[in-house]
Design a protein around this ligand. Structure first.
Ligand code: B4P
Length: 193
């Protein structure tokens, strides 16, 4: 099994690059943002609870997303590896993920961390808001709240994985294809190692 995390602030290109990586490597894509939006679309109790946090630009509580990822992993026993997108977002989530993967003897191989300036993030998300219909993408103050939440709670996840030497930091500005090339170089080096 080959497991990787695509990491970065909101709007850094995680969802965009995940689509491309998934088709290149045949990994199972697990995006907690997408899983939560599916729960909201189906009006489930979990979705309704999550919506109140997401609409304010806040993180959904750890226990909710950890349980969701746990069942997504269990529901995909044939996966040859997972691409985690937007998860983990706190060190508690990272520790929980490591525990889940330890049971499968398949630890995270690499954390690819996309780095993008704050101004560029706001610009991209406002732009996406014009067409995505996502309520958290249309209001600049909510976008800024998401970036603040990232700095307060999520940036530390990269430091958590640094202690195991697993983080590759990658400039997330430039063309989508150029960034994809750098990401695949990092992954190929890990696969060959
Ligand atoms: P997510 O769905 O994970 O969304 P995101 O971080 O906003 O976006 P992403 O980073 O994937 O977007 P992308 O850059 O691809 O989270 C939404 C919410 O769900 C969170 O705020 C939180 O409330 C909740 N949540 C999710 N996971 C959670 C967890 N684990 N714990 C707690 N809460 C959780 O795209 C952005 C735009 O940039 C696109 O329009 C794209 O076209 C553009 N773009 C991408 N690359 C570009 C490039 N190189 N140049 C120019 N534009 C580019």
């Amino acid at each position: 099994m080959f497991n990787l995390i695509l990491f970065g602030p909101p709007g850094s290109g995680k969802g965009t690059q995940s689509e491309k990586l998934m088709s290149r490597y045949g990994l199972k894509h697990l995006s907690t943002g997408d899983l939560l939006r599916n729960e909201i679309a189906s009006n489930s109790p979990l979705g309704m609870a999550a919506k109140s946090f997401m609409d304010k630009g806040q993180l959904v509580p750890d226990e909710v997303v950890i349980e969701m990822i746990d069942s997504a992993i269990e529901n995909n026993p044939q996966a040859k590896g997972f691409l985690f997108d937007g998860f983990p977002r706190t060190t508690a989530q990272a520790e929980a993920l490591d525990k889940l993967l330890m049971q499968k003897n398949a630890p995270i191989a690499v954390v690819l961390a996309l780095e993008v300036s704050k101004d560029e993030l706001v610009k991209r998300l406002m732009n996406r808001g014009l067409t995505s219909g996502r309520s958290d993408d249309t209001d600049e103050s909510i976008i800024r709240a998401r970036i603040d939440e990232y700095e307060r709670k999520t940036a530390a996840v990269a430091e958590y994985y640094d202690q195991f030497g697993k983080v590759a930091r990658i400039k997330g500005e430039g063309t989508i294809d150029d960034i994809f090339q750098v990401l695949t170089d990092e992954i190929d080096a890990k696969i060959e190692a």
